[in-house]
Design a protein around this ligand. Structure first.
Ligand SMILES: O=C(O)CCC(=O)C(=O)O
Ligand SMILES: [Fe+2]
Length: 349
């Protein structure tokens, strides 16, 4: 049993990671030029008189791309780099230290898994070039004792990072609430964003031939909001008008994207957009995704101010967060199939 990062350097891609032609990175058009660039928004202005303008920029970019990069976001550089360093050290530890956390049980609060260890034993045995440490990371007092105790600074650095990212999420959701015209700027606080925050620490070792593999399959995040530190190595691509665009790495920036539940809450206004991560032959890449989630027993559905029975009827019915999880699993994460579970089919009158 070994993770991809622990296997001897590969000279070629082992057969089990070679994707069927239609699933390879080049199978859909990648926009090579920079004619479409994901907007980079400076959050500094949101603290003062520029707030209205920043809100406008976020809404415009959010509706168009479902993805935004933010800089001057208030999370200190040493907090980001501190956690990134200790997380990278985690993947460099001896194999047995990491494999202590290996589990295929999704309910575990802290687990390691890998494309190398997934096995479906059937013709669809598709493997991705990724090792992952998945954690429940917020609220920290409840979660901290379950995090890896090594490297020695892991818990301390993660605690600082998790608190700072949660605060960024809170501030960002206030801007979204304003952009949606809600009276209550804390609209998302409590039920809608108060579930346990999950974190994917994705580690993509160098891959000898990135054209044959994928680090993470095309997917939409399912929760409310994702706050991603993608680091300095490129790899993230987002779907835009049927084509893939590269999300350019910006040092210390965060990429923020909407989950399917945000799309539903806003009755389709803020879309959850498909994205994927390709591999890289020269460098290992590590991304850290914090997934802001509703409380498990919370009811989700289009917010009444987001629809109008006559001109813009609700697209989805209400459901609980746990019903959503069941539907997501039944639909194997397929965007349209998940949304279909909750779609209201209006008949023309
Ligand atoms: O590695 C990346 O940039 C993307 C990670 C991602 O999409 C996820 O963890 O959900
Ligand atoms: Fe994702």
């Amino acid at each position: 049993m070994e993770l991809i990062c622990d296997s001897p350097a590969h000279k070629s891609v082992p057969d089990k990671y070679v994707l069927p032609l239609e699933k390879r990175p080049c199978s859909h058009e990648l926009l090579e030029d920079l004619s479409v660039v994901l907007p980079v928004i400076d959050l500094q202005g949101a603290l003062g008189e520029g707030r209205r303008q920043v809100v406008g920029e976020i809404m415009e970019a959010g509706k168009e791309f479902g993805f935004i990069q933010v800089v001057n976001h208030g999370v200190a550089e040493d907090v980001i780099q501190g956690f990134r360093e200790v997380a990278a050290e985690f993947f460099k530890m001896p194999e047995e230290e990491k494999l202590r956390y290996y589990s295929s049980d999704h309910t575990k609060p802290c687990r390691v898994f890998s494309g190398s260890l997934t096995s479906h034993n059937d013709a669809n045995d598709i493997r991705y070039w990724r090792d992952c440490l998945k954690l429940r990371c917020y609220p920290i007092d409840k979660m901290m004792h379950q995090w890896p105790s090594h490297p020695a600074m892991f818990r301390e650095c993660l605690a600082k990072y998790a608190v700072a990212v949660q605060e960024l999420a809170r501030r960002f959701l206030q801007l979204i609430a304003k952009g949606l015209g809600f009276d209550n700027q804390d609209f998302f606080e409590g039920d809608l964003s108060g579930g346990e925050t999950l974190m994917n620490v994705n580690y993509y070792p160098p891959c000898p031939d990135p054209s044959l593999t994928m680090g993470i399959r095309p997917h939409c995040d399912r929760h409310l909001l994702t706050i991603l530190s993608q680091g300095d190595v490129s790899g993230l691509q987002a779907k835009h008008r049927g084509r893939w665009i590269r999300v350019q790495p910006i040092h210390n920036a965060f990429v923020i994207n909407f989950g399917l539940q945000m799309e539903i809450v806003t009755n389709g206004l803020l879309p959850s957009v498909e994205h994927r991560a390709v591999t890289n032959s020269a460098k290992a890449r590590m991304s850290v995704a914090s997934l802001i989630r509703p409380k498990i027993d919370c009811t989700i559905g289009p917010t009444p101010t987001m629809f109008n029975e006559e001109t813009n009827p609700p697209k989805y019915k209400d459901f609980t967060c746990s019903e959503f999880t069941e539907a997501y699993e039944a639909a194997a994460g397929n965007r349209e199939a998940v949304l279909d579970f909750f779609k209201i089919h209006h008949t023309p009158s």
